[in-house]
Design a protein around this ligand. Structure first.
Ligand code: UDP
Length: 433
């Protein structure tokens, strides 16, 4: 994919001077750029790259985006890594079961079995990285490798500067999985994390901070007319005669969809409202359909809960319309990388309630641009308060939009990447903007 888009399309939104600086910086990128991740669609990384690559190209930088391949085993392993790196204890691959009632011999046997399983997982991971390394051309001047799935491609590095761009929270990882991954990651020239909270004290390479971003001109975020919003809601049989609470997210346990339903049910006892849970299942996530079924079961019997599975994936305009039709937007994650959907909601001037985890607190300044919550009861309290106070909801929403304008739009993100690439070549060089 090397479609082209002009940064000047963003002038009305971010002003002239930032765009002039981008052009100046782009002139100092002497080579080609290649981004590699695990999927072209589904999830935040694909979302960002779809907007970012055409802008790189529009700035005259030869840029490619490639995706690695793997079988079901590989993606089960990488999903296990994802959970384990996020430190999700209950089903991370690396957590020992509690052996309270077993004999010492059973205990030892269990541990041996588990080590064997892990060894097999690590081998699967490395085997698929080797297969991809053989099949792909990895010879750009700047290689930006996203997340753990393709991290071991670095083993075939011949030239160029390689950056590991980590989108997930690895601040409290399962130690075995992190120690395994740290070996390839340490070979990179630099790493990039979304917030200072995610950085690692035990990485001997440079670490940069680059928060993610949304594209205000993409179909996901562009202004929509009321007619466009209505026709999407009609299509899914949703009336707009009562307030809508919405969470858009993949069907993933870390997004706490049951917790959102609990919060809604508490509010519903006191005020009439409806809930939209719209999401898909990412191509690299084997757990998604199971989570979807659990959510359907929990929602059963309440006609005001609309569980919408995007299969094929929702059009971006549809997600946009769900968000714009909402009175309150939720992102009640238990663990989160950045949480692009939060920025998407804020940009649309909606009050957003989010779990106090990962990158969500960067976006939601509690009580100013939204609300951070730690429980379903807390979320319910905030939802009810916003439904009762439209003026408060409007002010919080406006604050949120400005916060995103200054910090989380694609143009700022592009600027950070350009500066990072330049600093890899000449950390002490100064460019006159
Ligand atoms: N998304 C989408 N369709 C869906 C579910 C999610 O287009 O059915 C988009 C959502 O709007 C956001 C991205 O996927 O742009 C999810 O990014 P986020 O950082 O919130 O979560 P991730 O999926 O990366 O954990």
């Amino acid at each position: 994919m090397n479609e082209k888009r002009s940064i000047w399309d963003y002038e009305d939104i971010v002003g002239r001077s930032l765009l002039e600086d981008l052009e100046t910086l782009a002139e100092h990128i002497p080579g080609t750029v290649q981004h590699i991740n695990a999927t072209y669609s589904g999830g935040g990384v694909a979302e960002i790259l779809s907007s970012m690559i055409p802008l790189f190209v529009g700035l005259g930088i030869e840029t490619e985006w490639n995706v690695i391949r793997g079988d079901d085993d590989f993606f089960s392993v990488t999903k296990g890594f994802h959970n384990a790196l996020h430190g999700r204890a209950e089903d991370s691959i690396a957590v020992c079961a509690e052996h309270t009632d077993v004999s010492v011999m059973d205990d030892i046997e269990n541990q041996i079995n588990e080590l064997t399983t892990r060894k097999e997982m690590f081998e699967t991971f490395l085997r698929w990285n080797r297969i991809n390394a053989e099949e792909m051309e990895l010879d750009s001047d700047y290689m930006i490798i996203h997340d753990p799935q393709p991290a071991a491609l670095i083993d075939v590095k011949k030239r160029g500067k390689w950056v590991w761009r980590c989108h997930i929270d690895v601040s409290n990882p399962d130690p075995l999985v992190w120690n395994f991954l740290r070996d390839p990651v340490s070979k990179y020239d630099a790493s990039v994390f979304s917030t200072p909270l995610f950085t690692r004290p035990d990485l001997g390479i440079r670490q940069f901070l680059v928060p993610p971003s949304i594209d205000p001109l993409s179909d996901k975020n562009i202004e929509l007319s009321q007619g466009e919003i209505d026709s999407v809601l009609d299509k899914y049989g949703i009336t707009q005669d009562k307030p809508i609470i919405t969470q858009v997210s993949r069907f993933d346990r870390l997004k706490d969809l049951p917790g959102v339903i609990d919060a809604y049910k508490r509010v519903k006892k006191r005020m009439d409202c409806q809930l939209i849970l719209a999401g898909g299942v990412a191509a690299d996530d084997p757990e998604g359909m199971g989570v979807y079924r659990e959510v359907m079961e929990k929602a059963e019997g309440d006609e005001d809960i609309h569980v919408l599975l995007g299969s094929p994936p929702f059009e971006d305009i549809e997600i946009n319309a769900f968000q714009r039709a909402s009175t309150v937007i939720m992102q009640k994650s238990l663990k989160e990388g950045f949480g692009l959907v939060v920025a998407e909601g804020l940009w649309k001037g909606k009050p957003v309630i989010g779990g106090a985890t990962g990158g969500i607190p960067l976006q939601i300044i509690n009580g100013v641009t939204g609300y951070l919550v730690h429980s379903s009861a807390g979320a319910a309290y905030k939802i009810a308060n916003l439904l009762k106070n439209p003026e408060l909801a409007r002010t919080i929403g406006e604050n949120g939009r400005e916060h995103v304008r200054h910090n989380f739009l694609i143009t700022r993100h592009l600027m950070d990447y350009l500066m990072l690439l330049i600093s890899l070549d000449d950390p002490s060089g100064v460019i006159r903007l």
